[in-house]
Design a binder for this molecule. Structure first.
Ligand SMILES: Nc1ncnc2c1ncn2[C@@H]1O[C@H](COP(=O)(O)OP(=O)(O)OP(=O)(O)O)[C@@H](O)[C@H]1O
Length: 580
């Protein structure tokens, strides 16, 4: 825990350091690759000044064999450098993948942040991408630019100075490129992300989109977003392209200018023809990294923007504190003054709720739509944070269990989500360790076993996430089996029979009965009378407050049976253990 870097910038730097050893190797390869870049100019120099003057074929052959070998070596080293850089990127990505996934998962509980969470994962890709793009290698080659230009000075000082001025103009173009395009590229990226997010949302809601005649409207909205993104991308590309082309043309011109100037100096007898050709080639090599970096500048800008976003994102998601594993708790739930504020909002939707649930009891929670039942379920399942008050399971607060809370609580949310995987994998909560016995036992308790056996491949039927071949009731039964899997101490079921038929409902009640018999506890949030058949206690909620609590029949008769609308006045019946 103590050796963990601080969230945010320190984490990113620590991830970058993971590849430092390899980066040193890439740099060493770069040194040799750049030295070998001198092969071409030196060959020219020798051919023009030695071979052509001596007319020696043997020298030409010997030089050519040497050059072939040197180029082959350069190719090998350049390839090795590329391989090493790809691995540097892989190390960086691996160092952050797990932490980022867990951080985005935690932030996803706030619906306003979900799109940003997906975007952050893409930011990591953009950062990893820079290691495999040619731009980083071009940056590694840049320190050689002044060395190559210095070598041109050896041929002739005039050529050297022309190269310096030419190089300076190219650097000014590169800086201008950055100044002019940075904001434009960023705006274009944001617009593109918005269009992608909209498309994803539309795909998820394809059922309603296609059945409610929304296709054209959605398509028009998508096209509007795409056109906006396209316009901005085209503008950004135009500017980048302008600078890239200007640089390329100027570099080619400069090479020819050096050649022309060199020819003049040769005519004046100030230098040899070989130096003239070698100088021109050397200038090309000196300026190539700048040109290459400019051509790939959008990759750098994207990565820089990604780095900043990741830094900000990780800084606000602390590391999960390491917790001492607590033993399996007793099914005693003590809730005191519980107030819950949904993530991303400020107003509590459940206020000051107090109650106790003993082992062997089942509690039904009823109330009008929007009264706070699901909010309570989410907080008790450890999904939403508790704003005030506390909830203790077996004497420990929920957060003291850390991630192991899920082992002790089985939670069936109101909206069922299944993952891409087999039925068995879904029931065993996507664990990588198969445990067929526990899976089948959970499915049997959830009355899902027979239904699963009817599927094409039984427990090994592959489900495509939420959009799969199952009916609503079938999904609910599999999700119930997932909640029961691992024999949790407390079972929290939010509208568990909203999609079940009479048999399913009956089986659910049997499961609740079995849980109670094993001295565990169950909480059922529901609108349906059938779901509270096994409940000993009943809680009535209204506008986020507990308005009645006590033995089921007492609460039903005193609060609801008389006048459901009067349920606003608290009529709390003291909790007590109901004899069974
Ligand atoms: N993610 C959220 N962000 C902000 N407010 C929310 C969120 N989810 C629910 N609420 C608000 O919390 C209140 C209680 O909602 P909740 O879903 O807990 O009610 P419920 O009793 O379960 O309703 P239903 O019976 O319709 O499922 C509502 O006013 C709702 O608008």
């Amino acid at each position: 825990m103590t050796d963990q870097p601080a969230p945010g910038l320190q984490e990113l730097r620590a991830a970058r350091r993971k590849g430092l050893g390899l980066l040193v190797w890439a740099f060493v390869f770069s040194v040799f690759v750049n030295l070998l870049m001198l092969t071409g100019p030196l060959y020219m120099l020798q051919v023009y000044d030695r071979v052509l003057t001596s007319r020696s074929v043997e020298t030409l052959v010997a030089l050519s064999i040497l050059v072939t070998m040197l180029y082959a070596l350069m190719g090998v080293l350049d390839y090795a450098r590329g391989r090493v850089m790809a691995r540097v990127g892989a190390r960086f990505q691996t160092a952050l993948d797990g932490r980022l996934f867990s951080a985005t998962l935690r932030r996803s509980m706030n619906p306003h942040e979900r799109a940003a969470c997906t975007a952050v994962l893409r930011d990591l890709d953009a950062l990893q991408n820079i290691f495999v793009s040619p731009v980083l290698m071009a940056i590694m080659d840049m320190p050689w630019t002044p060395i190559f230009i210095a070598a041109i000075f050896i041929f002739h000082p005039v050529l050297g100075w022309v190269s310096v001025v030419g190089g300076a103009i190219i650097i000014v173009l590169a800086l201008l490129n950055q100044i002019v395009t940075t904001n434009r590229v960023r705006t274009a990226q944001i617009a593109t992300q918005r269009a992608h997010a909209f498309a994803e949302q539309a795909h998820e809601a394809s059922e309603v989109a296609l059945s409610q005649g929304m296709r054209d409207s959605l398509q028009r909205r998508y096209k509007r977003l795409r056109n906006l993104a396209l316009q901005q991308n085209v503008t950004a590309n135009d500017w980048t392209g302008l600078f890239t082309s200007a640089t390329k043309a100027f570099r080619l011109f400069l090479q020819s200018a050096i050649l022309g100037l060199g020819a003049y100096l040769v005519l004046q007898g100030d230098m040899t023809a070989g130096s003239m050709i070698a100088g021109s080639i050397l200038l090309g090599r000196a300026l190539a990294p700048i040109e290459q970096a400019m051509g790939n500048w959008p990759v750098v800008q994207r990565a820089r923007a990604g780095w900043r976003t990741l830094e900000r994102f990780l800084a606000v998601v602390p590391h999960e504190p390491e917790r001492t594993d607590l033993p399996r708790p007793e099914a005693r739930l003590a809730v005191k003054g519980l107030t819950i504020v949904p993530p991303g909002t400020k107003k509590p939707t459940v206020r000051n709720v107090t109650f106790t649930l003993e082992p062997g009891q089942a509690l039904g929670v009823i109330g009008k739509s929007g009264s706070g039942k699901s909010t309570l379920a989410r907080a008790l399942a450890g999904y939403w944070p508790i704003a005030a008050g506390e909830a203790r399971l077996g004497g420990a607060t929920l957060d003291q269990y850390g991630p192991t809370l899920g082992l002790h609580i089985g939670y069936l949310p109101q909206t069922v989500s299944l993952f891409a995987g087999t039925v068995a994998e879904n029931i065993r909560r996507m664990s990588l360790e198969p445990d067929s016995q526990a899976v089948v036992a959970a499915a049997k308790k959830a009355n899902a076993h027979e239904m699963i056996m009817q599927l094409e491949n039984g427990y090994d039927t592959f489900l495509e996430g939420n959009e799969n071949q199952l009916s609503g009731g079938q999904k609910q039964r599999i999700a119930l089996a997932r909640a029961i899997h691992g024999d949790p101490t407390l079972l929290i079921l939010d509208e568990p029979n909203s999609m079940l038929d009479a048999d399913g409902s009956q089986a659910l009640n049997e499961t609740v009965r079995e849980f109670k018999a094993q001295d565990r506890a169950v909480i059922v949030m529901t609108h349906r009378p059938a779901a509270i058949a096994e409940c000993d206690l009943l809680m009535v909620m209204d506008q986020g407050a507990l308005v009645a609590f006590g033995p089921r029949d007492e609460v039903l008769s005193t609060v609801l049976a008389s006048n459901p609308k009067s349920a606003r006045r608290p009529q709390v019946v003291r909790p007590q253990k109901v004899s069974m």
